[in-house]
Design a protein around this ligand. Sequence first.
Ligand code: PXG
Length: 296
Amino acid sequence: MGSALVYINGEYCEEGTAKISVFDHGFLYGDGVFESIRCYNGTVFGLQEHMERLFESAKLINLKISGTPENMVDLVCETIRRTDLRDAYVRLVISRGIGDLGMDPKKCPEPTVVIIVQEAEPMYGDLYDKGIRVITTGIRRIAIDAIDVRAKTLNYLNNILAKIQANTAGCEEALMLNHLGYVCEGTGDNVFIVKNGVVLTPPAESGALKGITRRFIFALSKKLNIVCNEKNMTLIDVYASDEAFMTGTLAEIVPVVEVDGREIGDGKPGGITKRLMAEFVESREAYGIAAYNEKR
Ligand code: PXG
């Protein structure tokens, strides 16, 4: 994989020289927000939606981003263009910025803006044909009255602890329940099941992130005349489903063929899942903002 290009507060540098201060509160306290974004053949997938979520996340933590969402769109596109990559993985991080060794954010005058652009590769390697195996983790998703996890903040330890459990169990991903025991999401992806031809996913009120890919699944389902609804579900709904899959910017759409040792359906990626995966590849280049548009 080639070296990443990194934008930090107005400067562009190669990954080897990209540095931020140890006094940055993103590093010291996880005080910041981020977005993970994909670019397919020069089009930045769902960039408008990513920007809306970024500014909503920033609002939750009362972080003032200088400039408008449009300025940030331009900056992301400019950074991609400088790499000449048409297929790229982009990480946009905005932290509280440099402060002192105290958590009080009022000591941080200026947010730190980082954009990393590198080559993209599929998160689950060759498992898109076979499907992944998942365990339900004992780590509950953070309750929304603690941190509203519908904001994408730099606090990912909850998810990382769950991922460690999945790794220990020899599974690819962990399914996280919310504090009431309802199915919520994966560590870095949203979860869907298919039952009697209907696609179902937990509502955002379950504490699941309102994923950009999740939202795209609603559009793809509509296009394919498949009913797709939000529904609160418990583990029995997942175990007894006909098909299951997870979605995310990095994961894209990945079939789930086993949960907690129970085969999902016939233990192979399901028909509706495969149709959605094919339609995703077909439609994704049209869903976003062109990074290489001459006007930029
Ligand atoms: N839920 C959570 C908790 C996420 O972090 C998604 C769902 C899917 O949302 P999008 O908008 O991407 O469809 C995410 C995003 C990683 C990694 O390294 C994963 C994400 C973000 C950053 C890193 O696995 N997933």
